[in-house]
Design a binder for this molecule. Structure first.
Ligand SMILES: [Zn+2]
Length: 262
């Protein structure tokens, strides 16, 4: 069976910008996996870290169930996603167990460092899959797999310097939008917190508006998620585009982006 994994920084990042594509892959017969690198420990002013981590773990598991994905436990606490060896070894062990051919993860440019560090960790962990001399924790043997990485759009669709990030491909998430909303709604602890900390007028509405905006950019789909495909060098021999192969006309390549690559 074909296997895809989404790796987000915090509980709800997958639901904001990756879950629609995961659901479309599941519809296409793929096995899907779900991992938040951080446990959401800082996402509230009301609860202690220990109580909040337990709540958000339950919420994330429920969201993964709604998506029909295999849930994996978080590795670190919020604001402690650092590009360092301990987390890298553990993340690489997860990937060696899952054996994905598609990895969906955060953007290399984003509004905060947990997101960009997640991206860096995932890229290196994926790069190490076939390297027998890189030790993972727990120890797992290197695997021979062709993997393709796709980067989600940053939060707010812009980088930290406010520049708009143009996607290289759009995935039609309209058929699965209701399920994507239902998965996000499982993160009940976040409703009030995001209203207070980021001025979000109900996070469900924010996600809905974001996916409509990406749909508008696609000029084809009502709801969409945007992706940029990582260079194949070091990850696969051929530079194939398995997301497009899997989703067919529900994955629209942005020709203007491709032309801009030179
Ligand atoms: Zn986040």
């Amino acid at each position: 069976m074909k296997v895809a994994i989404a790796i987000g920084a915090h509980p709800d990042d997958i639901e904001f910008g990756m879950a629609g594509t995961l659901l479309m892959l599941r519809r296409a017969g793929w096995e899907i996996h779900y991992l938040n690198v951080a446990n959401g420990s800082c996402g509230s002013r009301q609860h202690s870290a220990a109580k909040l981590v337990a709540m958000r773990r339950r919420e994330a598991r429920a969201a993964a169930r709604v998506l029909g994905g295999h849930w994996h436990p978080s590795l670190v606490t919020d604001l402690e996603i650092l590009y360092e060896l301990k987390t890298l070894r553990r993340l690489a062990a997860v990937l060696r167990a899952v054996k994905p051919t598609i990895i969906l993860t955060q953007s290399p440019e984003d509004y905060m460092e947990d997101h960009t560090n997640t991206c860096r960790l995932v890229v290196t962990a994926a790069f190490s899959l076939g390297m027998a001399n890189f030790r993972t924790v727990p120890v797992r043997p290197a695997i021979d797999v062709e993997v393709t990485l796709y980067h989600a759009l940053p939060h707010g669709l812009r980088d930290g310097l406010r520049r708009r990030i143009v996607p290289g491909a759009f995935v039609n998430t309209t058929p699965v939008h209701a399920t994507k909303l239902a998965a996000l709604a499982e993160h009940k602890s976040q409703q009030d917190w995001l209203d207070v900390s980021q001025g979000m007028n109900s996070y469900l509405k924010t996600m809905d508006a974001m996916s409509r905006e990406v749909g508008r950019l696609s000029r084809r789909f009502t709801h969409a998620e945007g992706w940029r495909r990582h260079s194949h060098l070091g990850f696969s021999a051929s530079g194939t585009d398995p997301l497009r192969s899997a989703l067919g006309k529900d994955c629209l390549v942005n020709r203007r982006y491709e032309a801009s690559l030179g």
